[in-house]
Ligand binder design. Structure first.
Ligand code: PLP
Length: 426
């Protein structure tokens, strides 16, 4: 695969943007290939400036559930942009989008922001304002964005970095506990009685690779938060509108107090949201005294694209069952390939998010994820990308399917994975 033009552009960009990227994971730091410079996307395919075509299993880190440049989304952008770009003033589409999100995700109220990070920051501030407490509990391997309070034992791109610049005074109010381990949660609460404003968790983690919460774990977490008067926040930035219209909550039947949304909610444009119970949400300014603001929040183009996207998910009764069927086939065929090659591996899948871990049989938390064969994963990712299957460059990320993927696309992935296994046997 030739990446000459990509290399030229990447090298030029590094002169002006640190590392050549606007988000660290994009730099392929742990691979020995440079990142292809992407020029076009259509359906589940992306194209680089060198003319290479890839089947995309990253999908803008889960955002593009309809695939790239879905015609309805593109038309909506074209329509809106003729008359509305930004006002920093109320627009009717904000009402329509808020109503659609509240009814679809079954929450009382919502506030739109510009990213997942803003959503989680706002959720935590709300929890602190509502409870009058100052500490939060988070789980090792979960990633909630790049604010200081979350950058303690975080997953995703943080997992492979040694961080500087974090304000230790702020971070000391963040207590990190183990995912799927109730003892560690109970211990944190016993040691910090009456001080914990919130527990924030990815109900299905995507940032240590895909790792599902155990049902009993989330249910008990709910009970613990009730008992101690802490706010339970489900960070559904990845899982919201991906695992169901109601996100991961529907799978577990556990109701948090607040949820955070991102990625799919903006249909590929910058968007995030915090939502949940009215009693807490109405603490937000200007109704209450918990401050949050944003010049671009609720931007009319973003709201219109989010609206068009969610409408599409909602109006197709087979949307999630079709994705589940395809993802089930994907998991089954991959399992067969890796089993036949006598590799030790485990595949974690929930709905249309999936991660392959090599060298381990089970992954239920960050420690277990870190024990997987990271070198083998690296060579796998590199092999796949070189063979036109675009996968995350890091073990601590999930792969995603969209409704634009077909059985053929999944079979192509499986075929290349099989070639990878043969190449390892040689
Ligand atoms: N929360 C989760 C679960 C995420 O996966 C991410 C980003 O990947 C964030 C929050 C932060 O979102 P953003 O990158 O839009 O700031």
């Amino acid at each position: 695969m030739r990446l000459d033009k990509s290399k030229e552009i990447f090298d030029k960009t590094k002169r002006y943007i640190p590392g050549g990227v606007n988000s660290p994971i994009r730099a392929f730091k742990n691979l020995s290939i440079i990142p292809p410079i992407i020029s076009k996307g259509k359906g589940c395919h992306i194209f680089d400036v060198d003319g290479n075509e890839y089947i995309d299993f990253v999908l803008s880190w889960g955002a593009m559930i309809l695939g790239h440049c879905d015609p309805d989304v593109v038309n909506r952008i074209k329509e809106v942009v003729e008359e509305q770009i930004a006002f920093g003033a109320p627009t009717e589409i904000e009402y329509e989008m808020a109503k659609l999100v509240c009814e679809t995700a079954q929450i009382d109220m919502v506030r739109f922001v510009n990213s997942g990070t803003e959503a989680t920051m706002t959720a935590v501030r709300l929890a602190k304002g509502y409870t009058g407490k100052k500490k939060i509990v988070k789980f090792a391997g979960c990633y909630h964005g790049h604010h200081d309070i979350f950058l303690k034992e975080a997953g995703s791109a943080v997992a492979e970095l040694r961080l500087k610049g974090i304000d230790e005074d702020i971070v000391q109010n963040t207590i990190v506990v183990e995912y799927n381990n109730l003892d560690s949660v109970e211990k944190a609460f016993k040691e910090n009685k009456d001080e914990i404003a919130a527990v924030i968790i990815e109900p299905v983690a995507g940032n240590m690779g895909t790792v599902a919460s155990k049902k009993e774990f989330l249910q008990t977490l709910r009970e613990i938060c009730n008992f101690y008067g802490s706010v339970l926040i489900f960070d559904e930035v990845i899982t919201g509108f991906r695992l169901s219209l109601k996100g991961a909550r529907a799978l577990y039947n556990v109701e948090p107090d607040l949820i955070t949304l991102g990625k799919i909610i903006g249909g590929g444009l910058p968007c995030g949201a915090v939502g949940g119970k009215k009693e807490i949400m109405q603490c937000l300014a200007p109704q209450g005294n918990v401050f949050q603001a944003g010049t671009m929040s609720g931007n009319p183009i973003v709201m219109s694209v989010g609206y068009a996207t969610i409408k599409k998910l909602k109006e197709n009764p087979h949307f999630y069952s079709n994705l589940e069927m395809l993802a089930g086939k994907f998991e089954k065929e991959l399992t067969q390939v890796f089993s036949n090659s006598n590799l030790t591996f485990c595949i974690n899948r929930v709905g249309s998010m999936l991660t392959i871990f090599f060298g381990v049989e089970k992954v239920e938390n960050f420690e277990m994820a870190k024990m997987s064969d990271l070198d083998l994963f690296r060579s796998f990712a590199e092999y796949m990308i070189k063979n036109h299957i675009y996968v995350p460059s890091s073990q601590f990320e999930a792969m995603f399917l969209s409704v634009a993927h077909s059985e053929n696309d999944v079979e192509k992935f499986v075929e290349i994975a099989e070639e990878f296994c043969s190449s390892k046997r040689k």
